[in-house]
Design a protein around this ligand. Structure first.
Ligand code: ATP
Length: 269
C-alpha cells in the first residue's frame, strides 16, 4: 500500500449531480440523506436528522459510483479523497490501521471533504491476501474513524463507500449508523445513455448527430464505455484536423466507429 501522505486530495471540482446521467433514484437519495440536511442546518436540527452513517453504492464497474461521489463533493464545494481499500491494506502488522487513520486525518485536515472508499468488500476478508485476524483490527480502525474521536472531529467529513460485492462487506460495517443504506447503481438505460453521451460531448465541436441511433447501438455499455466512445471519436477528428490543417467537427462516423471498437463491459446485473 501507499504510505502516509500518499492520499491524493482533489480540490473542490465542477462536477455536479446534474452532470451524472441517469441514476435518478440514487441522486434523489443522496439529496435526501446528505445534501438537503447539509444545506438546511435549521431544518436538520428541527427534525433531529443526524449526518452520521454512510451510504454504500453498489453495482457493476464503470457505471458511475466514483463519478456520483465526486459530484456530491462538487455540490458541497468539498474536497474529494478517493481511496481504494485495497491500497489501504498492507501485509505488515499495524500498517493497514495506520493507513486508514491517515486517510481520515487527511480528510479532517482538508475538511470539508468527501471520502470515497472504493472496494469496501476487501475488508470482508473473504478474497483478501491478508489474514482475517489482521482484517478485524482494520475494520475496527475504520469504525473508530467513522465514530470520530469526539463529536466534532468529523465535522465536514462525509463518507461514501462502494463495492461490486455487497454480500462480502463485513457485517460490522453494515450496522445502523455505519454503511447501513445501500444504493444500487445500475448500467445506464437508454435515457441515461443519451444523457451521458450529451455530457461527454457537451464541450466538443460536434456536427448534428443522430444520438437516438447511437443510444440504440450502445445497449449494455457502461458510463465509462460511453465516455470512452466520445473520447476516441474526438481523438479521430483531432488527428484528421492535425493532418489536414482544418478543424473537422466530430461526426456520426467517428462515433459509430468508436462504438464498434468497444465490447460492452456490463453483463445482465
Ligand atoms: P469502478 O467500480 O470501476 O470504480 P465506477 O462505477 O466508480 O466504477 P466511474 O469511475 O465513476 O465508475 O466511471 C468512470 C467514468 O465514466 C467517469 O469518470 C465518467 O467520465 C464516466 N461515467 C460513468 N458513469 C457516468 C454517468 N452516469 N454520467 C456521466 N459520466 C459517467
Amino acid at each position: 500500500g501507499s504510505g502516509p501522505g500518499a492520499w491524493d486530495v482533489e480540490d473542490p471540482g465542477a462536477v455536479r449531480l446534474a452532470d451524472v446521467g441517469g441514476m435518478t433514484e440514487v441522486k434523489d437519495r443522496l439529496e435526501a440523506a446528505f445534501l438537503a440536511p447539509l444545506r438546511n442546518p435549521e431544518l436538520r436540527r428541527l427534525y433531529g436528522k443526524s449526518l452520521r452513517g454512510g451510504l454504500l453504492l453498489y453495482g457493476p464497474p464503470g457505471c458511475g459510483k466514483t463519478f456520483v461521489a465526486r459530484a456530491v463533493a462538487g455540490e458541497l464545494g468539498a474536497h474529494f479523497l478517493s481511496v481504494s481499500v485495497n491500497d489501504v491494506l498492507d501485509m505488515w502488522v499495524g500498517n493497514s490501521e495506520r493507513n486508514m487513520h491517515e486517510v481520515f486525518e487527511t480528510a479532517r485536515r482538508r475538511s470539508p471533504c468527501v471520502v470515497f472508499l472504493d472496494e469496501l468488500d476487501a475488508l470482508g476478508g473473504k478474497r483478501s491476501r491478508t489474514r482475517s485476524g489482521g482484517m478485524r483490527t482494520t475494520v475496527n480502525q475504520l469504525l473508530t474513524e467513522l465514530d470520530g474521536v469526539d463529536a466534532t472531529a468529523n465535522e465536514g467529513v462525509f463518507v461514501l463507500a462502494a463495492t461490486n460485492a455487497p454480500w462480502d462487506v463485513d457485517l460490522a460495517l453494515r450496522r445502523p449508523g455505519r454503511f447501513d443504506r445501500t444504493l444500487l447503481v445500475l448500467p445506464p438505460d437508454a435515457p441515461a445513455r443519451e444523457a451521458i453521451l450529451r455530457y461527454h460531448l457537451r464541450d466538443r465541436p460536434i456536427e448534428r448527430v443522430d444520438l437516438g441511433r447511437l443510444v440504440k447501438l450502445t445497449d449494455g455499455f457502461s458510463g465509462a464505455d460511453l465516455a470512452h466512445v466520445c473520447e476516441s471519436a474526438a481523438e479521430t477528428a483531432l488527428l484528421d484536423s492535425a493532418r489536414t490543417g482544418t478543424v473537422r467537427m466530430i461526426g456520426m462516423p467517428d462515433l459509430l466507429g468508436a462504438a464498434r471498437q468497444i465490447t460492452p463491459s456490463t453483463e445482465p446485473w
